[in-house]
Design a protein. Structure first.
Length: 554
């Protein structure tokens, strides 16, 4: 044989070897009907295979296995990008109208809750394997029968349980045709679901089967703050990895664990997980701080929590009534607030000063009556706080309590003590979700005090003293206020505030405009304030000041 012919033969052999390797990886288990009960399809189990390659393949002598039972497939050429359905020979006629089908003389029953299915080529190389489980349906209404499991992305080179879900087809499955859930862009991301810490060892539990220990090096593992050297990395099962450090994890100390440049499913990825061991939880470490139970017609309820301890608290597994607050680690630092609601955007719309960063959106909140009810907070171990609320807690002088929350007047007051909860200041938007309450007994001064930040202001939009600022510090909560601006002739210029509930500390501003939105003239003015309460308190305060615009000086 001359050299050119020899080279050609080698090239042909290489192509054949390449084709064999590719073909052994391109026949996929693509659909599983384990429980056909109530399906609109024939009431028979089936398995669908798919040729994801570019050439036709003969399935002769491929070994098909269910659990420990196996048999070889008959002589059958499966064209590229085509499907074939494996069914019992006794039922093959019922599936012919759906496309390609192969009747098997022996049919191995598919367990409803899950079993292993595998396919080996004639050289006994594993082509594909699936160990399906009933939670792969990802739909609690479909795992009881009548729906097949369909592979989402047949292009993925790795087996992943997250790459399967219940059929979306109205018949319950798609035998012999493209899956209803098909998505060639789908990538089953790897995530760390849980961590378990014992002394100096952390176990990582992933969302899918993977053997990281085969290619995870110590230098790919980063822990901050550090616990010294890595002593061991062990693979403990299909989805669990154990990492042992030279020092123990500390309580009440957040750690960030990173797995960097990890090879997974043909991609390089980075994973990160917070690790945290809580101190023992005590009653009232987390308290109910504010409740909106009677929102406006277009509003939603919320409950605000306050971390009244000196420790970081993990809200994972905590409950608002019977609603889970967080299913993953959520660190709640001392003196911080968390607002629980079903619609964060709605809260921000109704209360523009709300702090979105301090909010947690739940699917739903317990039903809170507009008249009275009970709000409860549970840690995974115990009751943390319980509030009985009533619409009677609102100030009787309020014209309309809708959209006004009840605020706790002090973190260390008993939750169900007399006057512990009262109406939020209407000057503070009627609620203070995510930040300090407008009513706070710790901010109460010895006497009522009003004072101007400056005796002069110039509303000329030069970012210097554009607003008059009247500061207030009050000796009691639940006061109502009227505030007026008069000129030096005693004429009313603007009724700034009319019959509003005021907080214990804050600032009232005036923009230099009259009540009809016209610019007020330069000159001397009087800020006049009336305070009153349900208990008969009535006090007045006044302070003079100067409005001066550019070019005018006093």
């Amino acid at each position: 044989m001359n050299l050119p012919n020899f080279v050609n033969v080698l090239a042909i052999l290489a192509c054949l070897m390449h084709s064999t390797n590719v073909s052994s990886q391109t026949i996929l288990i693509n659909e599983i009907m384990a429980n056909p009960t109530n399906s609109l399809l024939p009431n028979q189990e089936y398995i669908e295979l798919y040729n994801a390659g570019e050439i036709s393949l003969n399935l002769k002598d491929y070994r098909y296995s269910v659990g420990s039972n196996s048999q070889t497939l008959p002589d059958y050429f499966l064209a590229p990008k085509q499907h074939v359905v494996l069914v019992s020979a006794a039922n093959v006629s019922e599936f012919e109208r759906y496309g390609n089908s192969i009747g098997l003389s022996r049919w191995f029953t598919l367990t409803n809750t899950g079993t292993s299915i595998s396919l080996h080529d004639p050289n006994n190389r594993l082509v594909d394997s699936v160990f399906y489980q009933d939670d792969w349906y990802q739909d609690g209404a479909k795992d009881n029968g009548g729906w097949s499991l369909e592979r989402i992305n047949p292009v993925l080179t790795c087996q992943s349980e997250t790459n399967w879900m219940a059929s979306l087809d109205y018949q319950g499955g798609t035998p012999g045709k493209r899956n209803s859930v098909y998505d060639e862009d789908f990538f089953a991301e790897l995530t760390i679901l849980e961590t378990e810490v014992t002394d100096n060892t952390v176990k990582l539990i992933f969302n899918q089967t993977i053997n990281l220990s085969l290619y995870l090096l110590n230098e790919q593992i980063a822990l901050s703050p550090s616990l010294g050297n890595i002593l061991a990395v062990d693979f403990l099962g299909n989805d669990t990895l154990s990492i042992q450090f030279s020092s123990n994890f500390l309580e009440n100390e957040p750690y960030t664990l990173g797995l960097n440049d990890v090879e997974f499913c043909g991609n390089r990825i980075n994973l990160s997980k917070t690790i945290f061991i809580s101190d023992p939880i005590n009653y009232n470490d987390v308290i109910i701080n504010e409740v909106l139970f009677n929102p406006r017609a277009d509003g939603v309820d919320f409950v605000e929590l306050f971390n009244n301890s000196n420790a970081i608290i993990n809200l994972e597994g905590w409950l608002l009534g019977n609603r889970v607050i967080s299913s993953g680690i959520h660190l709640f630092y001392p003196n911080e607030y968390r607002v629980l609601t079903s619609n964060i955007d709605n809260i921000k719309l109704n209360y523009p000063s709300a702090v979105v960063e301090n909010m947690i959106q739940l699917v739903s909140l317990p039903a809170y009556s507009n008249e009275q009810g009970i709000v409860t907070i549970y840690s995974p171990e115990m009751l943390s706080d319980s509030l009985y609320y009533s619409s009677d807690y609102h100030l009787q002088l309020l014209d309309d309590p809708d959209g006004i929350s009840l605020e706790r007047q002090g973190a260390n007051l008993p939750t169900n003590g007399i006057n512990t909860f009262t109406s939020a200041s209407t000057l503070s938007e009627g609620a203070t979700p995510g930040y300090e309450n407008s009513k706070n007994s710790e901010l109460i001064s010895e006497k009522n005090s009003f004072f101007l930040s400056s005796k002069t202001f110039s509303p000329d939009l030069d970012n210097f003293q554009d607003f008059l600022e009247m500061n207030y510090e009050l000796s009691q909560g639940n006061l109502m206020i009227n505030a007026y601006i008069f000129n030096d002739k005693g004429n009313l210029v603007n009724r700034l505030i009319r019959n509003q509930n005021i907080g214990t500390k804050g600032i009232i501003t005036w923009d230099g405009k009259s009540e009809n939105k016209q610019d007020a003239a330069d000159g001397i003015y009087i800020f006049y304030i009336e305070l009153y309460s349900e208990d008969g308190v009535f006090e007045t305060y006044k302070e003079s000041f100067v409005l001066v615009r550019k070019g005018i000086s006093y």
